[in-house]
Each structure stands twice: as structure tokens, then as C-alpha cells.
Design a protein around this ligand. Sequence first.
Ligand SMILES: Cc1cc2nc3c(=O)[nH]c(=O)nc-3n(C[C@H](O)[C@H](O)[C@H](O)COP(=O)(O)OP(=O)(O)OC[C@H]3O[C@@H](n4cnc5c(N)ncnc54)[C@H](O)[C@@H]3O)c2cc1C
Length: 496
Amino acid sequence: MASPNSPPVIVVGAGLAGLSAAYAALQAGAMSVYLLEQAAKPGGNSIKASSGINGAPTRFQNAAKYGVDQSFWDDTVRSAGSRLQASVAAPIKKHRQGLISTLTDGSAAAIDFLVDLGVDLSVVAQLGGHSKPRTHRGAGKTPPGASIVTTLLAKLKEQGGDRFNLVTEAEVTKLLVATTPNSNTNTNNHQQAVTGVEYRHPSHPLTLSGPVVFATGGFGGDTHGLLAQYRPDLDGLPSTNDPRPGAHGVLTAAGARLVDMVSVQIHPTGFVDPAGPGVALKFLAAEMLRGEGGILLHAGRRVVNELETREHTSGAIMALPPAEEVGGLRQWDVQLLLDPGATEAAAGHVGFYLWKGLLQKKKVRELDETTRQTLRDYAAVVRGEKKDDLGRVAFGHWRLGVEGGDLDEEAEVCIGRVTPIVHFTMGGVVFNEQAQVLSSELGEDEKPIPGLWAAGEITGGIHGDNRLGGSSLLECVVFGRIAGEQAARAALNTAG
Ligand SMILES: Cc1cc2nc3c(=O)[nH]c(=O)nc-3n(C[C@H](O)[C@H](O)[C@H](O)COP(=O)(O)OP(=O)(O)OC[C@H]3O[C@@H](n4cnc5c(N)ncnc54)[C@H](O)[C@@H]3O)c2cc1C
């Protein structure tokens, strides 16, 4: 029986997972929701997402051309790689597969949910690792992360009214725990239950009681902290993520377990801004720049087949001697060069990068002789006169030196410095298909921590070795909604 004095649902972190949880909690009838966010503004890394969100099968996919999409689960399992396939213990495999099923089975409903709120997701693209186009974004100029986050936030404010309380600059530092009888056994066993949070905020009380959904994101931006602890080889790498400490320790202090913490996704090309080379937060130099014809140079020479996998390309760059350390960061001095053909083909992106000062225009005659010789050799490869030593066989829209034989000295190329960056962390707290945080290891008999749920990049076990592009926004919506609804039910069953 629901109590009118039931406690609020407390959601920690106002990225997409937290916003989805807050919305679901209100929909499920929670008396109130407190969304605690350490930053001055909501949105987290979610607001920066640029490619889109996965869903299958959806009405936006072209079933007539590609057939009905039944392969999302298989693609996700394949991408999870050895962490799933090599799970010798059947229960571990089952646990991972169950999380993937919840993700992929819930994907079409997640798209419908967002579209019904008013988000445009009508354009569908195929990203690397997917066997069909299934990554949804809008037709307009607003990137998908920004349009999803702003729409959801507006709906929360509009529909939640007084029941919705967003508290910014509120950093949760501790989970409050109490000892309760273990409801899973008939014995006198006792267990720790989460009863609320402790948080730092200048003008608000420091504790709040109620069921908690933790949605504080990953640790890609925790450069010298969790990243250095779990991947010392990546210590000092810049990131696309906001620089902030991972909040994982808050959960483990309450009994949560961590999994796959060494699985970190690296992107080979983040722009080093000449105006601030020591800034840890970097813009991605989108993969399509290389796809459309861009090449990578170190000291004027190519270093890798630019169309190799992210892992291979990053590895080839990181095998080179790093450039000088700037601001405690480890960076490489690699140039991304686009000829006029690649520049034209990627015009939308290039315009933005030129405006940000991340790419510069140069005439061919202004380049050093080593670079010019590399361009001559490369043009001969594109003309089909010789094989590429590095194995590149597709050249996008490259045309410099291809027609007429020699380089056009007056042609304009675009050049910018790039370096490998940390992009996504696959690992996180062990949780289950109901988004309950567990005090048991993956695959053991599940021991949910009462009063505690989690969603988004803070969780682990879904993506294994490698997250498919578009699946992290999806996990935020799918598991965020489950977590919010479960926490609301728990709150309504608690007398205030
Ligand atoms: C540049 C970029 C592009 C991307 N593009 C895509 C894409 O196209 N598709 C896709 O699926 N994924 C993409 N991703 C990944 C995806 O955006 C993230 O994995 C996902 O948004 C994480 O959402 P989240 O809600 O878990 O965390 P976040 O969005 O990072 O939100 C976590 C929030 O918690 C707050 N917080 C942290 N600790 C505390 C604390 N102790 N107390 C209170 N608040 C706290 C943070 O300030 C933050 O606001 C991209 C990521 C980046 C960086």
C-alpha cells in the first residue's frame, strides 16, 4: 500500500541515465524525485554524444532495403568479445547475456519513448561493428545527445512540477547504510541496505533519505585517478570525457563489486588544440575524416593504414615516441592531413574544426619537403601505380597529385595535430537486469543491495571488451528507466 509520506527517490548524476531514471520514477508515481548533480549544469557527457542511439527493429529503419533487423543481440555479443566468449563459468556468461538481452530487447521501446517525448530520431546510420544501420539521430543540426538531454529535462520540469527537484553543485560523497534483516533468507541473517545519501552543497542539508539510483557516468576523465589505477599504461592520456573523478568508490564503500575495469575504449584521434595543448578535455577528430581520405603523419611520414581498427591505429601511434609532456598529459605529435578532395567530402565537419582552430589551411608549397615527398608517394598509390606499404586500399575522396601527375603547389590542404584519447570505460559496478546493484561478483548467486540501483556508464558487464557505438545512450535509457521505476516502487512501499 503506497504511503503518501513516502520518501523521495534520489537520483545521483544528471546525465542521460539519471534523467531517464528521474522521469521513470515520476511516471511510476514517486511522491518526489531529487536529482543531485555535482556540476553547475546537468547533461554530463551525454549532452556531447554525436553519432546517435541504437534501436532495433524500429519504424525508422529501412526494412524494405535491409530486412527486419534481428541481429542487434548477435552484434553486441560479438563486440563483447573474449570477456563474454571466454567466460568459462556458465553463470558468468548467462549474467552477461541477460544484460545484453535486456539492452537489445528494450531498444525499440527506448526509441519510441524518446520519440513520443518529441525527440527527432528519424535518421538511421550504420556504425562500425554493426551489421545493419540502427543508430538513430535527428535530421536537423542539433546532435542527438543534446536534443535528447534537453527534451528530457524540459519534460521533467514541465510534467514533474514541484515533485521534481534538480539540485546542481551537489556532490554525493557517501551512501548511508543501515543493517536490516535479510529478506532473501528465513534465517537471522542481516544485510546492509542503502537508506540515502550524504552530499556536499553550500546551501542544502547534507543528507537525504530514500532509495537511490546511481548514474554518475564512467571514469574516462579521471586521468590520474581510477584510469591510472586500473590502466597504468593509459595514465596521463587526455579524454573526450569531462575531467572528473569516478564515483565508483562511493558504491564499493557500500558493498558494490566492480567488473571489467581494465576494458577502456581508446579513440586514436583527438584534436590537440594549439591554443591549449595541455587541456585534458579534447574534441574528437571524427573517424569519417580518415574515411573520406585523411591521412596520419608523424615527422612527415605516414605511420599506419588510417582505416585500420581504432585499437590498431591507436597502438601504432602509441608505439611512437611521445611528444613532450604538457600539463601532466601524455600526447603524441601526429598530424591529420586532408587533401582538397577529403576536405570537400567532409565539409560540414571541417568547417567546424577550422572555426575552432583545430585544423589549419596550408598551401602544398608551405609544407616541408619530407611531407611533400610522402604526398607524392601516396598519390602514386592512389593512382594505382604501386601498393601501399601500410596496406591501405580505400582512399576516400583523395585527389591531390592523382590527376596530372605532380602535386599542385597552390592546392590547399587542412592540417591539425591529433593524439590518442580515452573515450569510454566498459567496466563498472556489477548489476542485474532489474538494475539492482549487487554485492556479489558477476555470475555468483545474486545479492542485490537493498535500496540501491544503477544505470549508465557507471555499470559494468554489458559491453565486455568493446562497446558498440550508439549503445551507451541506449543503456542509459533502458536501464535508467528500469532503475527509476524500481526505486519509485520501493519508495512508495516505504512509510515516511
Ligand atoms: C564526445 C562524446 C561523444 C559520444 N557519442 C556517443 C554517441 O553518439 N552514442 C552513444 O551511445 N554514446 C556516445 N558517447 C558515450 C555516451 O555519451 C556516454 O557513455 C553516456 O552519455 C554516459 O551517460 P551517463 O548518464 O552514464 O553519464 P554522464 O552523462 O557522464 O552523466 C553523469 C553525471 O553524473 C555527475 N556526477 C558524477 N559524480 C557525481 C557525484 N559524486 N555526485 C553527483 N553527481 C555526480 C556528473 O557530473 C555527470 O553530470 C559519447 C561520449 C562522448 C564523450
